[in-house]
Design a protein around this ligand. Structure first.
Ligand code: NOJ
Length: 560
């Protein structure tokens, strides 16, 4: 790999920090995080050394799915503040050299969006074709599976016009009809509106699902249930629409785009992100998140299968060897806390495991997407009581399991590991009441471990996960090899060790990550000996010639 041959881009060199505004910082004492809360924390965000902030949806919404059900794309959610607050936030980020990426949720709207209110009012309303309707006189519509519906049915009968409407997600999230050129024009205009305000890109929610076959053919039997995801991601006009979006909107600005790509696979993803096709810049896949997790997030013995994890991540890296660009993430608002999911949240290993995972994210090829709170090693809250959950997904799946007479204990134990609310608990700022997140009752419980794990304490401790993360963002800036260098996996079948090199021009960087509590003894191959330590999550590094030892969850980066 030669730097001279690489097409450098700011979004390839960036570290993206994801903020879930509802849980970041409350400024007005209503228990809900808001834009002014983020404004008050701008200097903290800057201090992390990140380059881009992705904000989960901030638009008007009845919050059935926490903002992923938008009722007005051009207004700010009341609980989050006003458009003036947003403008101030954007200016504050830009003054600090941080770019801002918003969530683009255009597979569906809220049923409280004016378009849907019109659309459902009569069959001849001008907005009727903004959504997908199936007239009941044609019989029951072809089977479609819904992610969040209490009955798992994606068609909802609406009495007013004796028709069914389509909703891949919750019943309050009707799917937009992209076949209709007016819908596409509305969306493209809305995107221009935000780009003209100065935002720097979009993360595109389930963008792979936007194209639906107008006749809704029955899917093959083997694609029923959650396997429909793959069918949903292969809509006939997906790439026409994205190319049109690029031509009409994206190419007119210096912005970044990232697809949330359920149903994308290594053999098809380049259709989305090959530069020559002029669609999107990046995609994030779900293949690693699926390891050891079954239907309704029931966890099995493969949950932390490192060999599978390495295989998935390495196969994805290889796709982008010559074209397109990868992303790396371990957690976000839809997945558990990374230290619980991929590391070890027991008191003895939580700190090194968390630092190890940060090391992984910041030394892989592909833009890292880093989730807020991971920098202080936040862990899953693991609710015992279903009434503590706020996420409609866990709640609806619980009821579905109950109706079916399923095992609710297994369900609850699995959701302690995988439920989305684990990542949505408030940021732990300090050891004061409610972790300094709010003066009121927080909208979701604060993790009781906040007295030990919080920003204020870690800020003062040079060895904390927080200060380690800051070193890592600087390391990535100082070594372009970590951004662009070729990736090579070593010891692919090792069950505890994830090791790889990153190389560019005449530089080789070796990354050694012990994903276990065991002490690992290793012999380094000749060409990888005598490296100098760039970063180490332990105070020492045991190395005698080619023989090294890694302590439990030790991670070391060496320049050879
Ligand atoms: C993916 C989002 O990340 C998730 O939070 C949301 O529930 C669904 N898409 C539906 O918009």
């Amino acid at each position: 790999m030669k730097l001279a041959n690489i097409k450098r881009e700011w979004w390839k060199e960036a570290v993206v920090y994801q903020i879930y505004p509802r849980s970041f910082q409350d400024s007005n004492g209503d228990g809900i995080g808001d834009l002014r809360g983020i404004i008050n924390r701008l200097d903290y965000i800057k201090s992390l050394g990140i380059d881009v902030v992705w904000l989960n949806p901030i638009y008007s919404s009845p919050n059935d799915d926490m903002g992923y059900d938008i009722s007005d794309y051009r207004n700010i959610m009341e609980e989050f503040g006003s458009m003036e607050d947003f403008d101030e936030l954007l200016a504050g980020m830009h003054q600090r050299g941080i770019k801002v990426v918003l969530d683009l949720v255009v597979n569906h709207t809220s049923d409280e969006h004016e378009w849907f209110k019109q659309s459902r009012s009569s069959r001849d309303n001008p907005y009727r074709d903004y959504y997908h309707w199936w007239p009941a006189e044609k019989g029951t519509p072809p089977t479609r599976w819904s992610f969040f519906d209490e009955q798992a049915n994606a068609w909802k009968f609406d009495e007013q016009t004796n028709s069914y409407y389509l909703h891949y997600f919750a019943v309050k999230q009707p799917d937009l009809n992209w076949e209709n050129p007016k819908v596409r024009a509305e969306i493209f205009n809305m995107m221009h509106y935000w780009f003209k305000k100065g935002i720097d890109g979009f993360r595109m929610d389930v963008i792979t699902f936007i194209s639906k076959h107008p006749d809704y053919p029955e899917f093959p039997k083997e694609c029923y249930g959650s396997k429909m995801i793959d069918m949903y991601a292969q809509g006939p006009k997906l790439h026409d629409y994205l190319h049109e979006m690029n031509r009409e909107v994206l190419q007119h600005y210096d912005v970044m785009t990232v697809a949330e790509g359920p149903g994308t696979h290594i053999d098809t993803v380049l259709d989305l992100v090959d530069e020559e096709r002029q669609e999107l810049n990046m995609n994030y896949h779900f293949d690693h998140q699926g390891i050891g997790v079954g239907e309704r997030y029931i966890v099995n013995h493969d949950f932390q299968n490192l060999v599978k994890f390495k295989r998935v991540m390495s196969e994805w890296d290889a796709v982008f060897e010559h074209k397109g660009w990868n992303t790396t993430y371990l957690g976000n608002h839809d997945f558990p806390r990374m230290v619980t999911r991929w590391g070890n949240d027991s008191p003895a290993y939580r700190v090194p495991a968390s630092k190890l995972l940060s090391t992984y994210l910041l030394t892989m090829r592909g833009t890292p997407y880093y989730y807020m709170g991971d920098e202080i090693a936040m862990a899953n809250i693991k609710f015992d009581d279903i009434n503590d959950y706020k996420d409609l997904m866990t709640i609806n799946w619980y009821h579905l399991t109950k109706q079916e007479g399923g095992d609710l204990d297994v369900f609850m134990e699995s959701h302690k590991l995988c439920g989305r609310d684990n990542a949505r608990t408030p940021i732990q700022w300090d050891a004061s009441k409610n972790a300094g997140f709010t003066t009121a009752t927080p909208w979701i419980k604060v993790n009781s471990d906040y007295t030990q794990f919080n920003v204020a304490t870690q800020d003062k401790d040079p060895e904390s996960p927080l200060n380690y993360f800051k070193k890592l963002t600087q390391l990535r800036k100082d070594h372009l090899t970590l951004v662009y260098g070729a990736y090579q996996l070593l010891w692919p079948d090792h069950k505890e060790l994830y090791a790889y090199t990153r190389s560019m021009d005449d530089i080789v960087i070796l990354v050694l990550l012990n994903f276990s509590v065991k002490t690992l003894a290793l012999e380094l191959p000749q060409d990888l000996q005598n490296g100098s330590v760039l970063i180490n999550n332990y105070p020492q590094f045991e190395c005698h010639g080619n023989k090294i030892k890694l302590q439990g969850y030790q991670s070391i980066v060496l320049q050879i």
